[in-house]
Design a binder for this molecule. Structure first.
Ligand SMILES: *Cc1c(COP(=O)(O)O)cnc(C)c1O
Length: 386
C-alpha cells in the first residue's frame, strides 16, 4: 500500500522517546522547552507554546487574541474543519473567503471585497485565519496589509507548512501575523504522534497561551494577584485546559526537527519529478507562487474533467484499487452538515467547490521511493485513459 502521507521514524527518534521513558519526567519536563526552542531556532519567532494538537493550538490562539461571543473569525472553506471550529469553541461566528484559483489558498482580493461590505454593515472580523494549503504560504503581505487597514488579527494555520518559506523567510517567524500554528500529526511534515505548537512574537500573547495550555494556572509570582501563601502555592488566573504535550512527544519532536530541512528538500525532489512525469496529462499540476518555498505537505492534482472520459470518482477508485491511498484535501468546510445547519449552503464558495470536484492528493512523503512514484504515475495515466 502506498499512502498519500506517512511519517518517517528512525532509530534516533526511538532512542529519544525511550530516554524520556527512563527519565523522571514523562510530562512537563525539559523536553518540552527543548522542542519549543528547536522550533524557535528554526523559525526565528520569539515565543513558542507546545500543545497536544494543532486544534488545541488554534483554540488557545483564538482565546489569547480575545475572540469571544459576538466576534467573527474568517477563514478559507478549503481547509480541515479545525481552522473554523476554533471560532465556535470561543462562541464566535465563522465566515469564509473563497480561494485563489491558482494557489487554492484564501484569496486576498476576495478578502478585500468582503471586508468592504462587512465594514459598511459593521460586521468586520476580529481574526482572519489564512491556511497555507499543501505547505504553500498564502499571500501574507497582502493579508497583513488588510489586517492593518481593517483592524483584524491574523492566525496563520501553518499545519501543512513547517519547513516552508515565504519571501525567503521561515514560515512561523510572525512577520505577517500575530500567531502561527503548526501540526505534528503523523501525516504532516514532522511528527510527535499528536501535537501542535503556537508561535508568537508578543510576550503577553505568549503568556496567555502558556496559561491556557495548563488550566489557567500559574506558579509565577509575577502573574499572581496576591502574594503566594507558600512554596506549594499556585493560582488559577484564567479558565484554561489541559492541552499539554508529553515529554515523550516533545523528545520525538526534537529528534524529527533535526531532519526537517532534509524532509522538505526530499519533498521538493518528489514534486519536481511529478511535475515532469505528469506534465503532458489532462491534469492541472500544483502551481507555485514566486514568493513561496512550499513545505510540500501535499501534492494535489486537479483533473481537467472536460478533457477526459472518466469521472473524478472513477479515477479516485481506480487508484485506490491499486492500493494507492489517494485522498482529497478538502471537502469545503461550509458544505459539512454541521456548517450547513448554521445556514451555509452549496454554492456559497464556488471556487472551493469546483476545486473539490477535481482535486486528488497523490502520495507525497519523504519515504516514497522512486519505484513507488513511477507506479503512481503509471496508474494515474491508466486511470485517466480508461
Ligand atoms: C491537520 C490540520 C489541523 C489539525 O491538526 P491536529 O494537530 O490534528 O489537531 C488543522 N488545520 C489544518 C489545515 C490541518 O491540516
Amino acid at each position: 500500500m502506498i499512502r498519500y502521507g506517512q511519517q518517517d521514524i528512525n532509530q534516533a527518534d526511538i532512542d529519544a522517546v525511550i530516554s524520556v521513558l527512563k527519565s523522571v519526567n514523562l510530562t512537563q519536563g525539559p523536553a518540552i522547552s527543548a522542542f519549543e526552542q528547536s522550533v524557535l531556532d528554526f523559525t526565528n519567532a520569539k515565543y513558542a507554546v507546545a500543545v497536544n494538537s494543532a486544534t488545541s493550538a488554534l483554540h488557545i490562539a483564538c482565546m489569547a487574541l480575545g475572540l469571544g461571543p459576538g466576534d467573527r473569525l474568517w477563514t478559507t472553506p478549503n481547509t480541515f474543519v479545525a481552522s473554523a471550529n476554533c471560532a465556535l469553541y470561543c462562541g464566535a461566528q465563522v465566515d469564509f473567503v473563497d480561494i485563489d484559483p491558482l494557489t487554492y489558498n484564501l484569496c486576498p482580493i476576495k478578502l478585500e471585497e468582503k471586508l468592504i461590505v462587512a465594514k459598511n454593515v459593521g460586521k468586520l472580523p476580529k481574526i482572519v485565519v489564512p491556511v497555507h494549503l499543501t505547505g504553500q504560504p498564502c499571500d501574507m503581505a497582502a493579508i497583513h496589509a488588510l489586517g492593518k487597514e481593517y483592524g483584524f488579527k491574523i492566525i496563520e494555520d501553518a499545519s501543512h507548512a513547517i519547513g516552508g518559506r515565504y519571501k525567503g523567510e521561515a514560515i512561523g517567524n510572525g512577520r505577517y501575523s500575530d500567531i502561527t500554528v503548526f501540526s505534528f500529526h503523523p501525516v504532516k511534515i514532522i511528527t510527535t504522534a499528536e501535537g501542535g505548537m503556537a508561535l508568537t512574537n508578543d510576550a503577553e500573547v505568549a503568556t496567555r497561551l502558556g496559561l491556557l495550555r495548563s488550566h489557567g494556572i500559574t506558579r509565577d509570582p509575577a502573574l499572581m494577584t496576591t502574594l503566594a501563601d507558600g512554596p506549594w502555592y499556585y493560582q488559577q488566573v484564567a479558565l484554561g485546559f489541559n492541552y499539554r504535550m508529553t515529554d515523550m512527544q516533545a523528545a520525538l519532536g526534537v529528534s524529527q526537527m533535526s531532519r526537517l530541512v532534509e524532509y522538505v528538500k526530499r519533498r521538493h525532489e518528489i514534486a519536481k519529478r511529478y511535475d515532469e512525469l505528469l506534465v503532458d496529462l489532462p491534469i492541472t499540476l500544483p502551481r507555485q507562487h514566486e514568493d513561496s518555498y512550499s513545505a510540500y505537505h501535499l501534492y494535489v492534482i486537479r483533473l481537467q474533467l472536460d478533457k477526459i472520459a472518466v469521472s473524478h470518482l472513477q479515477v479516485f477508485e481506480a487508484l485506490r484499487a491499486k492500493d494507492i491511498m489517494v485522498n482529497l484535501h478538502y471537502i469545503p468546510v461550509h458544505t459539512q452538515p454541521y456548517y450547513q445547519s448554521m445556514g451555509f449552503k452549496q454554492g456559497d464558495y464556488p471556487l472551493a467547490e469546483q476545486y473539490y470536484r477535481e482535486a486528488i492528493s497523490i502520495p507525497m512523503h519523504p519515504t516514497l521511493t522512486q519505484q513507488e512514484q513511477d507506479f503512481v504515475v503509471e496508474c494515474i495515466k491508466e486511470a485517466i485513459c480508461l
